[in-house]
Design a protein around this ligand. Structure first.
Ligand code: GDP
Ligand code: MG
Length: 163
């Protein structure tokens, strides 16, 4: 059985962009607007010589804020529970938001191995956000760009022990 990785983080950090890159297909909907219907997606992925199963999370479905938060949380917790390793993603350009801390807490509590991806850091952008993300206590961030594929070698190196 192949290892499972879950891509976790608040909406709009770039999870589905990475998911699509890893599975090599446009299985996940990427949208500028947080709030469109997005399902949990699972796919067979490969990166370099590694093969694994990847889960994309999101689940923003309705305008009802309370049930929305609860569903996002439940979906994320389920995905973390199924994962051998969690990719926790932040937006390095925007920096940390309260929601990043909420999601990070879910990951921390799970006790699962986690790789911190500081996304949208192409061309050395988002340096402040990369630095700030150390404060999450999830280990050293990997500067990354899901859109441009930068940081892939470092991600590969971080993932290898778990696959
Ligand atoms: P999700 O809600 O976490 O799944 O985020 P999406 O994958 O839907 O991406 C949200 C937005 O961020 C989209 O406009 C993407 O094109 C953009 N995005 C994703 N990855 C990157 C990246 O590496 N760099 C930049 N600049 N934008 C990105
Ligand atoms: Mg998404």
């Amino acid at each position: 059985m192949s290892a499972t990785i879950a891509i976790v983080g608040r909406p709009n950090v770039g999870k589905s962009t990475l998911f699509n890159r890893l599975v090599g297909k446009k299985l996940a909907l990427v949208d500028d607007q947080p709030g469109v219907t997005r399902d949990r997606r699972e796919g067979d992925a490969s990166l370099g010589h590694l093969s694994f199963t990847v889960i994309d999370t999101a689940g923003l479905e309705e305008a009802d804020k309370d049930s929305l938060a609860a569903r996002m949380r439940a979906q994320t917790e389920t995905a973390i529970g199924q994962a051998d390793v969690v990719l926790f993603m932040i937006d390095a350009r925007l920096g940390l938001t309260p929601m990043d801390h909420t999601f990070a807490e879910l990951v921390r509590r799970s006790g699962k191995p986690v790789i911190l991806l500081a996304n949208k850091a192409e061309g050395n952008k988002g340096k402040d956000g990369v630095f700030e993300s150390y404060s999450l206590g999830l280990g050293d961030p990997v500067p990354f760009s899901a859109e441009h594929g930068e940081g892939t070698a470092d991600l590969l190196e971080a993932l290898a022990p778990y696959i």
